[in-house]
Design a protein around this ligand. Structure first.
Ligand code: ATP
Ligand code: MG
Length: 324
């Protein structure tokens, strides 16, 4: 059986980018170029995995022309897709790039599913059906309006019950609920870690201390996470599990667009865990080094969901990894 990495995107999007000379409110603009692309964090994770040669499947909620377009585009790129027909339309994110260097973004709220509870059940069921051939499952990004914050935690529990490891890249209430249910690998950035713990990590050692609390057994009302990979932007990341804590970063400065760097890190973490078969079998140094190299290699690419493969291979031998 070919093992798949399943990436779950509860709230996918069509990312629309307009190019104009300069955006001036209150005036008419001739749009010089339009790019429409399938988006959403789990879609980005799958694109990076596909570039790394992994078999993956994108699961999520969808519907309408937008959902069909997302499905068609990813399939044309060789990625398996299954979107549960939920919405009249998927949300769009509109980015207006001025050639003057100013970028303006307009995020649509996206429609609420007619029956959010049923949509959540259907997505959980679609994930469950994939588990016999899944090596690891990721759940990323926001939830559609009206969907309960515990959906990612419920999907995670379904996977963990079947012995399939889970990586969660969430924010806000869905992250809080998932952290309380435990068992998964959490991938907060600094802001998300602060929102979750109430403390702002300033140094990698701070982030490791907060992460250690999340993997520590015996906390009342909370099961420990299997591991935490806290991403710290240009400072790299810390990976913490009951086996230890390491900090990894690229040795030199990387310039570019960090949007989607967290998704690239998530792809690398999922790939390591999928290959090892279980979180407890992963070598923390290797996981951290690969995640730092893959995510830095996404920064040099202008769009989210893409890495520069040759940059990845160049960075990997030179990642600085230290025990904390
Ligand atoms: N300027 C940079 N130089 C090198 N590596 C970077 C840089 N910015 C980000 N990274 C890498 O990317 C990882 C993820 O970045 P970041 O912490 O910004 O994630 P994020 O806020 O979740 O991003 P997103 O949600 O947009 O995907 C970092 O842990 C780091 O390894
Ligand atoms: Mg992120």
């Amino acid at each position: 059986v070919v093992r798949l990495i399943v990436t779950v995107t509860p709230n996918p999007a069509l990312d629309v980018t307009y190019r104009v000379a300069a955006l001036v409110p209150g005036t008419v603009h001739r749009v010089a170029g339009v790019v429409v692309r399938a988006g959403g964090k789990g879609v980005n994770v799958a694109r990076v995995l596909h570039q790394l040669g992994e078999n993956c499947a994108v699961l999520g909620l969808g519907g309408g022309h937008g959902g069909a377009r997302v499905t068609e585009e990813l399939r044309a790129g060789g990625i398996e897709v299954e979107l549960v027909d939920t919405f009249s339309e998927v949300r769009r994110t509109l980015v207006v790039h001025g050639t003057d260097g100013v970028t303006t973004s307009l995020w649509e709220p996206g429609p609420a599913p007619a029956d959010p509870g049923q949509a959540g059940e259907a997505l959980t069921g679609a994930v469950r059906n994939r588990l016999p051939s899944a090596s690891v499952v990721t759940v990323s990004g926001s939830l559609p309006a009206g969907v309960d914050a515990d959906l990612p935690a419920r999907i995670a529990a379904t996977c963990l019950d079947a012995g399939v490891p889970v990586v969660l890249d969430l924010d806000g209430d869905p992250l809080r609920v998932a952290a309380e249910s435990g068992g998964a690998v959490l991938m907060p950035n600094s802001d998300e870690l602060e929102a979750l713990t109430g403390e702002r990590p300033v140094t990698p050692a701070d982030a490791a201390a907060l992460a250690r609390e999340l993997v520590r057994p015996g906390l009342p009302g909370r099961r420990p996470a299997a591991a935490v990979v806290a991403t710290l932007g240009a400072d790299g990341l810390v990976a913490v599990s009951p086996a230890g804590a390491v900090h990894a970063r690229v040795a030199r400065h990387v310039d570019g667009n960090a949007t989607g760097a967290g998704d690239a890190a998530c792809a690398a973490v999922a790939r390591c865990i999928g290959a090892a078969g279980a979180v407890t079998s992963v070598r923390l140094h290797e996981l951290a080094a690969r995640a730092a190299a893959v995510s830095a290699a996404s920064v040099v690419r202008p769009v989210a969901g893409e890495i520069d493969l040759s940059a990845y291979r160049r960075y990997l031998p030179h990642i600085l990894v230290e025990d904390l």
